[in-house]
Design a protein around this ligand. Structure first.
Ligand SMILES: [Zn+2]
Length: 393
């Protein structure tokens, strides 16, 4: 075990391969910094090696799948099944209340989220605001925190000339902030779900609400695998794939997840107006079919809907129930409508967006079979307080 003395003048109580004990037994500040740096580099090197190993395994599995479909027989190694034993234990059993909107709450707190990376740059520039949002939701009764990473991806960052490493760091930073907020509420069971937007979110053209991407299946798999490889090593309890618009993207995530059978994940689809009434997700496939496919992955701990108008949930919940016996998670938006011409949110005919209305509806969603309820865009801590009251928790 390595114990690094933290202050100059401390006695050298550590064993380290990179630093020898000074003659007088007392360390200088420079020696301490050197020791910390050396150990830090060693840890980073080890993490890099683990990631490399994971993607090498992923490539081998990919080649085997191709060979399987050619030869019509299973070439998957026994070790693949052995890995299943190490699945990360996530107990959603008693969990009922998810948090609410992150980006819109940051905006209410005065953060500028008008840039193309939305809330992602706030992670770097104003992490205290992200912490404040997490804290507000925990005070309101949330039992699951979604990280501020929806928009973070190597591809999205590359479009603005930002390095891949910076995107990876932002992903890890988002988890660290949620972990720090959780620490302030010791004694409560709180899960951290790493928020992962769909491929369309990195295109910055609204494609996530249509699912009409012009990219290959392999590109889609790679997009998701890059982020999974980083977050699989983080302290997040599960990965939350959100606002999924299509059956194909769910399938791609299933393939991307294959090298990490121990990781837990949930899959939430987006059913916009014009599709929801036909029980379809944004790209037009049936929600039931999408949820059923997602539920078939070994990593899946829940399936559901997010960023959808609350008024459609009574219609869509039976579809989720019919799709699988996995726990159901729903986090619709506030019910307000977006007026694209005036560029503002408006009261819709069926929902005012008021927290009390949201709470009344949440009670109905729980009764209809939802296990976990939270909010997406424009929902605030007060909405979540109403959900917590409706949950009976
Ligand atoms: Zn949303």
């Amino acid at each position: 075990m390595l114990v690094i003395p933290l202050r100059p003048g401390d006695e050298w109580a550590a064993t380290s391969t990179s630093q020898s004990v000074p003659e007088n037994g007392i360390l200088s500040e420079g020696a301490i910094q050197f020791a910390i740096l050396a150990e830090w580099n060693a840890i980073r090197g080890a993490c890099g090696a683990v990631r490399w190993w994971r993607s090498a395994i992923a490539d081998v599995h990919g080649a085997m799948r191709a060979a399987n479909s050619l030869l019509g027989q299973s070439l998957m190694p026994q070790s693949y099944d052995l890995e299943m034993k190490y699945r990360r234990a996530v107990d959603l059993g008693s969990i009922r209340v998810l948090d609410g909107g992150m980006a819109s709450e940051l905006e209410f707190l005065g953060a500028d989220i008008s840039g193309p990376l939305w809330s992602a740059h706030v992670l770097e520039e104003q992490p205290e605001k992200v912490m404040a949002v997490h804290r507000a939701y925990l005070e309101a009764g949330a039992e699951v925190l979604l990280t501020a990473s929806y928009q973070v991806s190597r591809r999205g960052y590359a479009e603005f000339g930002l390095a891949a490493a910076r995107a990876d760091q932002a992903l890890l930073r988002s988890v660290e902030l949620a972990v720090a907020a959780r620490r302030e509420f010791a004694g409560r069971k709180i899960l951290i779900a790493a928020s992962l937007g769909p491929f369309g979110a990195a295109l910055h053209n609204g494609a996530e609400y249509r699912g009409d991407y012009e990219c290959s299946f392999a590109e889609l798999v790679n997009f998701h695998r890059e982020r999974i490889s980083v977050l699989a090593e983080s302290e997040a309890d599960l990965l939350a794939f959100e606002t999924l618009p299509s059956l194909e993207e769910a399938r791609a995530i299933g393939v991307a997840l294959e090298p990490w059978p121990e990781v837990a994940a949930w899959f939430c689809f987006n059913c916009p107006d014009g599709r929801a009434e036909r029980l379809q997700v944004a790209h037009g496939e049936l929600l039931r079919e999408c949820a059923s496919l997602a539920a078939s992955f070994p990593q899946t701990v829940a399936v559901g809907i997010n960023c959808t108008q609350p008024r459609w949930l009574s219609l869509l919940l039976p579809e989720l129930k019919a799709a699988s016996d996995k726990p159901i998670v729903v986090y619709p938006n506030s019910g307000e409508g977006w007026d694209a011409e005036a560029r503002c949110w408006t009261e819709s005919e069926t929902g005012s967006g008021a927290p009390e209305d949201f709470g009344t509806q949440a009670r109905a969603w729980f009764d209809a079979g939802a296990q976990i309820v939270g909010g997406c865009c424009r929902t605030r801590p007060e909405h979540i307080r109403q959900v917590a009251a409706a949950s009976g928790a």
